[in-house]
Design a binder for this molecule. Sequence first.
Ligand SMILES: CC(C)(COP(=O)(O)OP(=O)(O)OC[C@H]1O[C@@H](n2cnc3c(N)ncnc32)[C@H](O)[C@@H]1OP(=O)(O)O)[C@@H](O)C(=O)NCCC(=O)NCCS
Length: 175
Amino acid sequence: MTDSSSAADGALPPLVLEQPNEAGAVDALIERAFGPGRYVKAAERLREHNHPLLDISYVAWSEGVLVGCVRMWPIRIGATPAVLLGPFAVEPEWRSRGLGAALILRACEAAEAAGHALILLVGDAPYFEPLGFQAVPPGRIVMPGPVDPARVMSRALAPGAAGVLTGIVQAADRS
Ligand SMILES: CC(C)(COP(=O)(O)OP(=O)(O)OC[C@H]1O[C@@H](n2cnc3c(N)ncnc32)[C@H](O)[C@@H]1OP(=O)(O)O)[C@@H](O)C(=O)NCCC(=O)NCCS
């Protein structure tokens, strides 16, 4: 998918669902944004042997270049189904225009519309709190690797969903 919006014209490119044949472009953007080996290891454990939920994972293309992405993954927290958000990246020349926030909010809306009750992520509270995420109280959940508890954040999409936020976090798709 291509779009004619450019970083110079001020408009954000449209947000569209990631397509199955776009995994290479998404991986390349993530590597450019994070650098090699900069993934949060605990979150990466949840993506191994798992598949992104392409009905709620969004990308933004500008003039044939992938400039933004947010991926969503099926997980379980204890026995409760949930969604892991990330990686999440925006190409440097497109940053600080609201594209990142737009991607997060669109993915959250789509997850809610698809019936998901809870989103979990590992990220920086100053960025994600204004987008509706809250730090998970320490000791409630067990991630599959070391992680700063202050960076484990969730957003409930259904009433009461945060109340069942307890247990071991695992990938839900082991295919
Ligand atoms: C994080 C990221 C996706 C934000 O994309 P974006 O399109 O610039 O996001 P927005 O336009 O919605 O918000 C930009 C604002 O968030 C701030 N911000 C960016 N990353 C932040 C962080 N980790 N913590 C706090 N604030 C952050 C920026 O400084 C900017 O502030 P400004 O508007 O005052 O300049 C982008 O900076 C990026 O790709 N970073 C590298 C990869 C990364 O860190 N991903 C997130 C992992 S949790």
